[in-house]
Design a protein around this ligand. Structure first.
Ligand code: ADP
Ligand code: MG
Length: 701
């Protein structure tokens, strides 16, 4: 018997249940069942009573009898089931809205049940909807286990006799079968012994036993710590090993010399002195580009910190080495804007820059592609269009990806393959990444930070206002506009339907226009439904100062640069995420004048909305905002992480386990430094050999 045997062979499973376990819970083998962790343990010693429930009780465990089952039809195929529950102290009602048939068939009078759930008061009576309920005998059966595991189960599992009780029986059986240490009937260790002893971690066998059937809460905690460590450790190992492989193995183009392109730009064209941070980051990039290794670098810098200029100068280094460079942006607006910036900055230097976006005519695209393949075009700027297979470079030396969070890993990997020696990659993001995330998610990238804004910038002042104060807000805007400034109004995209969003936007446009009537005031409107020409036209009018107000959806989120715009009004600000608010706010405060951001919200805000608004009003530091975002939303919702799929951690939490993230990162780092081939760690070598991520990371890093 082996830990990877088919789960069907476990006593009490069989082929039918094995099928259900596989389809409902992804459990195929014994090992998968072990990994099916309980989400909670029931402690019989802390049983509550109905009579002593309070609003603050939270999750409770009760023991008692059921009676008086009633169903009420609530729709065509829907019904509500209510059951009285009495524990000898008082009554409470149990309620189900789904799966009622199954509950009705199962519950019997005169049987003691254990009920777990969140009691709430409804019509003056205590009730628990959708409680977990099991015959009390279940707990008695497990009397040798002081804490009983509770597992997630689906309706279908329950219908097949695989409720939480049944799963607990299976894990119990399994664990007792695999409880002979160091035999084939044991749960194999996967962490090196020296690491276990250094961190005083439980062995895997003991941890897997204790995570299901702990002797005490304390032991459960130790088991969790061990499993979290293991999870984070292997994540780090995957990333850092991939990084090390790239550094030691992969060949990179060598751009050793600073030549004419760079020097002429630096001496003749550069419009302002670089900030210290810009200089430092350019130097870091330059060192990478002449190292002979392929660069994979993430540049983080707050909105307005001058990343574009850094990118431009690095592209000139590639041109000096005789190569081409490209810049990929997430939207056509942003790509066009970069293109215009580049044309202006490079004017007179004889460098050929082109823009490739989806909306070009087929003939234009064709000509660009031809000249690109022949090496005539030196710098290509564009959107996703750049990664299409028929975009062929003669000699691509450097790829810059702007606002990285919109690009998935796979899209990046396509660029990697556009050249026989992989091009250097520079990823720029204006959404700062919290430290813990950077450590885990970007363990494979080197990181530079532009942590200084160009001189003369004044932090944007941010205020929170609700509807009753709108007239005051408008009169403030009037002052600003009359003093020659410009204003943005941003509306969120909130509805499933674009039509409804547009309706909101146009309603906003009408309101703003009636307050700021023509001909004295001009109002622009931009949204995703306009054609690229229309968008460009409207953006241009605003940029040139012909219109005073720009009403827009979040299409202006990234990259719009109008230094004369000093006020950003964000409507329904409670509907935006923190990083988006921060991005939007970055559209103002680009010139020398004091700028303002006004967050308009409704009156009653949820706790997290309040916290978001409070954070925005109290800081302009992108890193602080990113940390708050992570705390408030959890990593699953952080922009760009969903598609990356790399952070579906089972036990550890990026938010709560920062010390463990650090410890594992440092441990893996030291270990690889001392033993790059892992010669002393057969277990880890084996992990690398089996790693799921191997293909993916091997390709892009
Ligand atoms: P981001 O990092 O948000 O992409 P940009 O590159 O768009 O920032 O730069 C924001 C603005 O600051 C631009 O108008 C740019 O010309 C200007 N800028 C960049 N570097 C400097 C500098 N060293 N000194 C003054 N202004 C600068
Ligand atoms: Mg930018």
């Amino acid at each position: 018997m082996n830990i990877y045997d088919d789960i069907a062979y476990l006593k009490g499973v069989g082929p039918q249940r094995a099928k259900v376990l596989a389809s409902e819970a992804g459990i195929h083998t014994f090992a998968d069942l072990l990994d099916y962790l309980p989400f909670r343990h029931v402690d019989r010693s802390v049983m509550s009573t109905v009579a002593t429930l309070t609003e603050e009780s939270g999750l409770v465990v009760l023991k008692g009898l059921v009676s008086n089952m009633q169903t009420v039809a609530t729709g065509k195929h829907r019904e509500r089931l209510t059951v009285d529950f009495y524990d000898g102290t008082a009554r409470l009602q149990l309620v189900w809205f789904a799966g009622t048939k199954w509950v009705r068939d199962k519950l019997k009078p005169n049987v003691e049940y254990l009920v777990i759930g969140h009691p709430t008061v409804f019509n003056g009576q205590w009730q628990i909807s959708h409680p977990e309920i099991e015959p009390y005998s279940y707990v008695d059966e497990g009397a040798r286990h002081p804490l009983m595991p509770v597992y997630t189960t689906t309706e279908k599992m329950k219908q097949n006799g695989l409720g939480t009780k049944a799963i607990a029986r299976l894990t119990d059986t399994l664990i007792s079968q695999f409880s002979i240490p160091n035999s084939q009937f044991s749960i194999p260790e996967n962490l090196p012994q020296d690491i276990l002893s250094h961190f005083r971690l439980m062995g895997r066998q003991q941890a897997m036993t204790a995570i299901h059937y702990p002797d005490s809460r304390e032991q459960l905690e130790q088991a969790r710590t061990r499993l979290k460590f293991e999870e984070l450790f292997f994540l780090q190992l995957d990333y850092q090993y991939a990084h090390q492989q790239r550094v030691t193995r992969s060949q990179g183009r060598i751009f050793a010399h600073v030549g004419d392109h760079f020097n002429r730009f630096y001496n003749e064209k550069i419009p302002f002195p670089l900030t210290g941070a810009q200089k430092r980051v350019i130097k870091e990039i330059r060192d990478d580009m002449r190292s002979g290794r392929q660069m994979n670098r993430l540049v983080q810098g707050d909105v307005g910190s001058g990343k574009t200029l850094v990118a431009l100068m690095c592209m000139l280094l590639a041109l000096d080495g005789g190569s081409q460079a490209c810049l990929m942006a997430p939207t056509e607006i942003l790509a066009t804007q970069h293109y215009n910036t580049f044309c202006t900055m490079l004017d007179g230097l004889g460098i050929s820059v082109e823009l490739l976006i989806g909306s070009l005519k087929a003939s234009q695209k064709k000509s660009i592609k031809k000249r690109l393949a022949e090496g005539e075009i030196q710098i290509l700027i564009g959107t996703h269009a750049l990664i299409e297979d028929d975009v062929v470079f003669k000699d691509l030396g450097l790829v810059v990806i702007d606002e990285q969070h919109r690009f998935g890993v796979e899209q990046r990997s396509k660029l990697w393959n556009k050249s026989s020696i992989p091009p250097h990659i520079l990823v720029m993001t204006a959404t700062p990444i919290p430290r813990t995330l950077a450590m885990t998610l970007y363990g494979d990238l080197d990181c530079s930070v532009i942590d200084e804004l160009p001189p003369g910038r004044r932090p944007v002042r941010t205020y929170h206002r609700t509807e009753p104060r709108r007239p005051l807000v408008f009169s403030f805007l009037k002052q600003q506009i009359d003093a020659g400034r410009q204003v943005y109004f941003v509306y969120p995209l909130v509805h499933e339907s674009e039509k409804l969003d547009l309706r909101d936007l146009y309603a906003g446009f009408d309101m703003v226009s009636s307050y700021f009537p023509r001909p004295d005031y001009q109002v622009s409107i931009v949204h995703g439904q306009l054609t690229p020409e229309e968008k460009t036209f409207e953006m241009d009018r605003f940029k040139k100062g012909w219109t005073h107000i720009m009403v827009a959806t979040t299409v202006i989120e990234v990259g719009v640069d109008v230094p004369n715009a000093t006020v950003m009004v964000i409507e329904n600000a409670e509907r935006f995420g923190l990083s988006q608010l921060h991005q939007l706010r970055g559209r103002v405060g680009r010139g020398a004048e004091q700028s303002y951001c006004i967050l308009m919200t409704k009156d009653n805000l949820s706790y997290t909305s309040q916290e978001r608004i409070r954070t925005m009003c109290s800081t302009t530091d992108g890193f602080e905002i990113a940390e708050a975002d992570l705390r408030l939303r959890g990593p699953g919702d952080i922009q760009g992480l969903q598609q990356s799929g790399t952070l579906d951690l089972r036990v550890a939490s990026i938010v709560d386990d920062e010390p463990l993230v650090r410890a594992t990162r440092d441990t893996v780092h030291d270990l690889l430094a001392a033993d790059p081939t892992l010669s002393r760690y057969p277990l880890l070598r084996q992990h690398i050999a089996n790693s799921k991520n191997k293909m993916l990371w091997g390709k892009i890093s």
